[in-house]
Design a protein around this ligand. Structure first.
Ligand SMILES: [Zn+2]
Length: 401
């Protein structure tokens, strides 16, 4: 009479072992084949692991920098790579433009390009091309200046060109004629080249904040004021905190009917307010102002908005972010991508607003894990965004990566 229960028991136990084993292996090795599709500004991916199930973006420079590593087998062995590529191709979601991403349990990320290479940020191929062509110009020890070009009229600006010789050389190399200089704030490593640029380029319009003194300024914008660069609008978003007059510049097509109505991605020059994975120091402001800047102004922009910041601080920012949110899978993926980009001499910009909302602790002050870290490690006075923001910044100030 015990035969029947035993028969039932045996397969159940086998099934239990198989299912549990598979699940644990799945989580431990993290064989998560991710993906959705390639945009000109990056790849939107989806982490298929049951405990994550979220999307994020990876930038094309980062993605392309991973290819040599992948091809040289440093990230994945050939057989694993081949089987993953095969499974990607069998996937019902596979179509041209798709790229596979694999996250391992240890946070290693590999890009498995199965079709066309990812478009650069100035490409116009797939959906949502950037509204402007942007060329980062690394200057000083870790600053970024930028060239930004209206693709329709060729009108061009530079952003924070604190080392004029390098910026002018880059413009010449790219065949760009600069009519405008955009300056985010008064610090010398952002505004220190203004006077020389104005001397070198007679008639240069120096567009900046009206809330602090900026050398050679000719057009001073208040909050939400718009400067026109060819067919583009350059909107100043007033974000005091790092300095009392800091502005961000949001570039969109001039004829855009409203947020999200344009078939292009907006471009944000975030100066020293928002970095990839971090934010600027509160030299002339407080946590409340940074909450307003990041959670009020930046977070309300469309997630596709490309973020070009003032410094290459990504590695240390992401290390700090990891100390705050060690369980954040999107953050782990971003670290791997950024590390590979830097290793191959690529910048880690642009990020996107969508990506920052997933990985940047200063843009996640409402998340339970971030609040917990700020309370336990940073002694945050409360769970409100301002207390958490203030504690996070103090934690970062003394953080030793
Ligand atoms: Zn600064």
């Amino acid at each position: 009479m015990h035969d029947r229960p035993l028969l039932v028991y045996a397969p159940s136990r086998a099934l239990f072992v198989v299912l549990t084993g598979s699940f644990l292996l799945y989580q431990a090795l993290g064989a998560a084949v991710l993906l959705t599709r390639t945009y000109p500004f990056g790849v939107k991916y989806h982490d298929s692991r049951p405990s994550y199930g979220r999307s994020s973006f990876v930038n094309p420079p980062m993605l392309s920098s991973l290819r040599p590593l992948l091809h040289s087998g440093q990230i994945l062995s050939g057989s694993i790579k081949r089987s993953l590529l095969r499974s990607l191709k069998r996937s019902p979601f596979h179509r041209p433009g798709l790229t596979g991403l694999i996250v391992t349990g240890m946070g290693t990320l590999a890009a498995a390009g199965t079709s066309s290479p990812p478009a650069s940020s100035c490409s116009t191929t797939p959906a949502l091309p950037p509204c402007a062509r942007v060329i980062p110009v690394p200057i000083l020890s870790d600053n970024f200046a930028y060239l930004v070009v209206d693709p329709q009229t060729g009108k061009a600006a530079c952003v924070d060109p604190a080392e004029p010789a390098k910026v002018l050389a880059a413009a010449q190399r790219e065949g760009i004629k600069l009519s405008t200089l955009l300056c985010t704030h008064k610090h010398w490593d952002h505004a220190g080249g203004n006077e020389e640029m104005a001397r070198m380029l007679p008639g240069l319009e120096v567009v900046t904040t009206k809330f602090e003194d900026i050398p050679a300024a000719t057009i001073r914008l208040g909050d939400d004021d718009v400067y026109t660069l060819g067919s583009l609008s350059v909107r100043a978003l007033y974000t005091p905190c790092h300095t009392k007059g800091h502005v961000l510049f949001l570039v969109t097509p001039q004829d855009e009917a409203g947020p999200g109505t344009s078939p292009t991605a907006p471009v944000l020059f975030s100066g020293d307010t928002l970095f990839v994975g971090g934010c600027g120091r509160f030299f002339e402001g407080d946590g409340a102002q940074m909450v307003e800047a990041l959670m009020g102004r930046v977070a309300s922009l469309s997630p596709e908005t490309l973020v070009y910041c003032g410094h290459e601080y990504t590695q240390s920012n992401l290390a700090f972010a990891m100390s705050v949110e060690p369980e954040n899978a999107a953050l782990r993926a971003k670290i791997a991508v950024a590390t590979a980009a830097l290793r191959s001499g690529q910048p880690t910009v642009p990020s996107t607003v969508g990506s920052e909302l997933e990985i940047n602790p200063f843009m996640r002050v409402g998340e339970a894990a971030v609040i917990k870290a700020a309370r336990e490690k940073g002694g945050a006075a409360g769970e409100d965004p301002v207390s958490v923001m203030t504690a996070l910044r103090e934690m970062k100030n003394i953080f030793k990566g």
